[in-house]
Design a protein around this ligand. Structure first.
Ligand code: GUN
Length: 277
């Protein structure tokens, strides 16, 4: 049976250390989270971010905007936050309503306050192999989790499923930085299971139950499940069929309790890193 990659345990350890560090600061970091509309999943994520920040001594402000907010209103607010010395980190929760250009909004954030690492400056630095101010939270959390279990990716075949800007794309670059051989699969990939069968490390970030143990995994591989959704019975699921995969993998991250807690942990780490610039 596979060893569980326990994101909750590592989160608690890192946040305890971070709290001690923040306790020594005279002035505290301030994270502003912008939430537009009433997407229930986003509301839960944003609440968790706020609660976690407050627990470790980070000031956290959530700005709720109605669904019909204009792009210009948001741009004005971001401009104001960029110029506010009290604000050290800005996060715009995604997805945004369709009438707002995600690119225009992200582009407007000062890269030194871009706690997601999503601005063209930070993304460009990452993709050119240079150091961004911070690395995107979910990929960073995945690397921290693998490191905690001494899982080395150098020279290994890392297969990433999903090419989103939040996970797949930045993760591919961070894995290259770690000297992995990287394959990125997506909805147009043919013969997915032939590729996943060759993976030493497989990371799935799709949001659909697509990974089955026997058919798709190599014996002893490492499985990281980024997907999270509710199935038809209302149960929280990941992309991976845990039961079959855990019989074949050497390590596996559970859903919930694997990558999710690590994303929030990375957000807190990034908030402190930006504060220290
Ligand atoms: N929506 C889902 N994940 C994320 C994330 O990491 N950052 C932001 N800003 N929005 C998200």
């Amino acid at each position: 049976m596979a060893i569980i990659l326990d994101g909750k345990n590592l989160r608690d350890k890192i946040l305890a250390e971070l709290k001690e560090k923040i306790d020594t600061y005279e002035k505290k970091p301030t994270l502003v989270v912008i939430l537009v509309g009433e997407n229930p999943a986003s509301q839960i994520y944003v609440n968790n971010k706020k609660k976690t920040a407050e627990k470790i001594g980070i000031n956290s402000i959530v700005l709720n905007y109605p669904e019909n907010t204009t792009e210009q209103e948001l741009l004005n607010k971001i401009n104001e936050l960029n110029n506010d010395n009290e604000v050290t980190a800005i996060l715009v929760q995604l997805p945004l309503p369709k009438h707002i250009s995600k690119e225009n909004i992200i582009n407007a954030i000062d890269p030194k306050k871009d706690v997601d690492g999503f601005t063209p400056y930070n993304f460009g630095k990452l993709f050119s192999g240079e150091k961004p101010y911070v690395y995107p939270c979910t990929p960073k959390g995945i690397l921290l989790l693998l490191k905690e279990y001494n899982i080395e990716v150098s020279g290994k075949h890392v297969v990433i499923i999903g090419r989103s800007n939040i996970v797949g794309r930045p993760l591919s670059q961070m894995m290259l930085n770690e000297n992995a051989t990287v394959t990125v699969c997506h909805s147009h990939t043919k013969n997915l299971s032939e590729i996943t069968k060759t993976a030493d490390v497989i990371i799935s970030a799709v949001g659909k139950n697509i990974i089955e143990g026997e058919k798709m995994l190599k014996s002893g591989c490492v499985v990281v499940d980024v997907g999270i959704f509710k199935d038809s019975t209302g149960r929280t699921r990941g992309d991976v069929d845990f039961e079959s995969a855990s019989k074949i993998a050497s390590y596996i991250s559970p859903v919930p309790g694997g990558v999710g807690p690590m994303t929030i942990t990375s957000l807190m780490l990034n908030t402190v890193e930006l504060f220290e610039i």
